[in-house]
Design a protein around this ligand. Structure first.
Ligand SMILES: NC(=O)c1ccc[n+]([C@@H]2O[C@H](COP(=O)([O-])OP(=O)(O)OC[C@H]3O[C@@H](n4cnc5c(N)ncnc54)[C@H](OP(=O)(O)O)[C@@H]3O)[C@@H](O)[C@H]2O)c1
Length: 252
């Protein structure tokens, strides 16, 4: 088995995930570039560097997850870092529709259950499915780390504050999927604490990517850095935390 640490980044063919993959490669990792479209993963892997491998991985597809897991087991035998980055913000926002307008059509009273299920399928159940599949490989590593890429918009504490300016867009689809992901993060951290595997959630900040039609204010380099910092935590680092750059705690 190789000495060099091995990382898997889901949804690494573009955006923040691609940048996390590049940064981990620069830190000396063999990087598995997760992509639901294998060819786009191959293009991204070329950008990531010599020791990057495209890995077909659709986090909503059990057969894809099983095949990816088997490939890592057979080729590499373990996983040191898992970055659960893949996510979607919606499936049916109309082109040109603002986030505020979309939020009005996805309130608890009028949200389509199919829309909510589709987003949670990727952002919540997809993360749990990948976690369950990869755990035996993570347990083969000496000090595995899991980073769940969440969002500040999922913070119940922040959204409960009447002074928070963006609370009008808190709703059951994307924001609550990140709240649920935060809950999963804590449950995973508690489960793995006795084994020394650290599980943390991070928020990249409002980053210029496809997810928000490139409306974000941060660069992907800025968006990736907290996930990378947390992936590299030493034995004395925390587990079960939710932070943004640089190590600022976000209330759950
Ligand atoms: N951008 C922001 O402002 C912001 C803020 C807070 C949190 N985040 C979080 O940051 C993470 C990365 O988002 P991003 O902004 O970089 O968005 P992005 O550019 O849209 O990238 C999302 C990635 O997830 C992949 N993906 C979607 N569904 C998938 C599935 N079923 N299986 C595997 N991969 C899938 C996408 O693949 P395709 O290319 O095939 O679609 C893409 O590679 C997400 O967790 C997001 O919620 C982003």
């Amino acid at each position: 088995m190789q000495d060099k640490p091995i990382a898997l980044v889901t949804g690494a063919n573009q955006g923040i995930g691609l940048q996390i993959a590049k940064d981990l490669a620069a830190h000396g990792f063999t990087v598995l570039v997760g992509s639901r479209d294998f060819e786009r993963g191959q293009v991204a892997a070329t950008e990531v560097g010599a020791d990057a491998r495209a890995l077909q991985l659709d986090v909503t597809n059990p057969a894809s997850i099983a095949a990816a897991t088997e490939r890592i087991r057979a080729e590499l035998g373990r996983l040191d870092v898992l970055i659960n980055n893949a996510a979607i913000s919606n499936t049916n926002k109309r082109p040109g529709q603002s986030v505020e307008e979309y939020a009005k059509t996805t309130r608890p009273s009028n949200v389509s259950l199919d829309e909510m299920r589709a987003v949670w399928d990727t952002n919540v159940f997809g993360v749990l499915a990948v976690y369950q599949a990869m755990l035996p490989l993570l347990r083969q590593a000496p000090a595995a780390r899991i980073v769940n890429v969440s969002s500040g918009v999922g913070s119940l504490t922040t959204n409960s504050d009447p002074a928070f300016p963006y609370r009008a867009i808190f709703g059951p689809v994307y924001p609550a999927s990140k709240t649920a992901l935060n809950a999963l993060t804590l449950a995973m951290a508690l489960e793995l604490e006795p084994e020394g595997i650290k599980v943390n959630a991070v928020s990249p900040g409002f980053t210029k990517t496809n997810l928000n039609g490139y409306a974000g204010t941060e660069t992907v380099e800025e968006g990736a850095r907290e996930a990378v910092r947390v992936a590299l935590l030493g034995a004395d680092g925390p587990t079960g935390k939710f932070t943004r750059w640089e190590n600022q705690t976000i209330p759950w």
